[in-house]
Design a protein. Structure first.
Length: 75
């Protein structure tokens, strides 16, 4: 689905015309969004993925320490 062309400005200062919901700046390779709501949704999604990865790594470290290292070091 094509949107009406709109002039977008990247945070690096580069301006271009786009008719897509998300395009990439050719100067700095950052995503530039047609609608600011999509930019906020992308930011929240990035935070969610980072938090999930940190929780998974923390849980795996806990399991490794409690179930593997503690019995191994008690002998």
């Amino acid at each position: 689905m094509s949107l009406p062309p709109k002039e977008l400005r990247c945070s690096c200062g580069h301006t271009f015309v786009s008719d897509q919901k998300k395009t990439w700046c050719t100067q700095c390779m950052r995503p530039v969004f047609y609608d600011p709501k999509d930019q906020r949704a992308n930011r929240l999604s990035n935070w969610y993925v980072c938090a999930a990865l940190i929780l998974v790594v923390g849980f795996l470290a806990y399991v490794f320490i409690e179930l593997i290292m503690t019995p191994f070091l008690s002998f």
